[in-house]
Design a protein around this ligand. Structure first.
Ligand SMILES: NC(=O)c1ccc[n+]([C@@H]2O[C@H](COP(=O)([O-])OP(=O)(O)OC[C@H]3O[C@@H](n4cnc5c(N)ncnc54)[C@H](O)[C@@H]3O)[C@@H](O)[C@H]2O)c1
Ligand SMILES: O=C(O)C1=N[C@H](C(=O)O)CCC1
Length: 269
């Protein structure tokens, strides 16, 4: 047995789950302590290496979160809101660092997660990449510098299996733009235009979502005024950027006091 932190990956068969398993196996700073999937999934009981089409790695996929978390120092969780809420309570009980990448969480979900963070370290972000977190900072700065003559529009594009909109990243960018402007996002958010919407309201922050093919994740923040336009853009072409950030967060959290953190804390931005 190694003395590096043991990490459990939830949703191990998913797009991000598989990426995270590979990232943990490739790291010498941690080891794979467990892999979870939902009850009834075909992969339960199989070695995760074999299930992913490679060599066995000595870790069988399980649906027993309580047992897996008891052996872990961190849980990296990119699943779905209902699953993440359950994992937050169990990870806090096990005092394991919980890194949450799951998006589509409601305000009530976030409240419950923050309550769990009273007992353990939770790092949550709608996007774990360095590039997007820098873009969030830039968005806030630009919004601070420009007045509401500049209409702010956030356009995001993702693959055709994504179930939530706007993306978690788009919401982070919207929050940053609203903070820069000194307003509350929920007061100015304009999403899902369709039909006779009327003219755009000055000061609104607009959201548009594209879904298609295998797009990993693309975000534009557009500041549009009469006669000029500023566009801030991030293009993700490889999910490894999210896995890298999540792993960094799991290791960063090892010596931190219980609380709710985000990637800005991890990256020191
Ligand atoms: N924060 C980020 O940087 C970032 C990056 C990429 C994706 N995401 C988010 O991560 C989430 C997953 O994305 P994906 O593309 O990997 O989706 P996916 O559908 O490919 O994978 C989700 C996995 O979770 C599993 N799952 C669901 N309920 C479970 C449960 N109760 N127990 C164990 N496993 C369970 C599913 O079976 C599936 O394998 C989404 O919310 C997505 O928006 C966040
Ligand atoms: O593929 C997804 O789903 C992604 N979700 C995150 C979001 O909602 O912003 C990050 C990008 C990929």
């Amino acid at each position: 047995m190694t003395d590096t932190p043991g990490i459990v990956i939830t949703g191990g068969s998913g797009r991000m789950g598989q990426m995270l398993v590979k990232a943990v196996l490739a790291s010498d700073k941690c080891h794979l302590a467990g892999v979870l999937e939902r009850a009834g999934h075909d992969w339960i009981g199989q070695d995760i290496g074999t299930a992913m089409g490679g060599q066995p790695v000595g870790v069988a996929v399980t649906d027993d979160a309580l047992e897996a978390f008891a052996r872990a120092q961190a849980v990296i969780d990119f699943t779905a809101p209902a699953a993440t809420l359950g994992f937050a309570a169990l990870a806090a009980q096990a005092r394991a660092v919980h890194v949450i990448g799951t998006t589509g969480l409601s305000d009530a979900d976030i409240k419950a997660i923050d309550a769990a963070a009273r007992h353990a370290v939770i790092v949550r972000a709608g996007n774990m990449s360095l590039g997007v977190n820098l873009l969030v900072k830039l968005t806030q700065k630009v919004a601070e510098a420009l007045d509401p003559d500049f209409d702010i529009e956030i356009v995001e594009a993702h693959h055709n299996q994504k179930v939530d909109a706007p993306s978690g990243t788009a919401l982070m960018l919207g929050e940053a733009a609203a903070t820069g402007r000194g307003v509350t996002l929920s007061d100015v958010r304009d999403a899902g235009r369709d039909g006779m919407t009327g003219a755009r309201k000055r000061g609104d922050i607009g959201f548009s979502a594209i879904r298609g093919g295998d797009i990993v994740g693309e975000h534009d923040v557009i500041f549009a005024a009469a006669g000029e336009r500023i566009v801030l853009r991030h293009l993700a072409t490889d999910r490894a950027i999210f896995a890298r950030g999540a792993l960094k967060a799991a290791l960063w959290g090892q010596d931190k006091a219980p609380g709710a953190y985000d990637m800005m804390d991890v990256l020191g931005l």
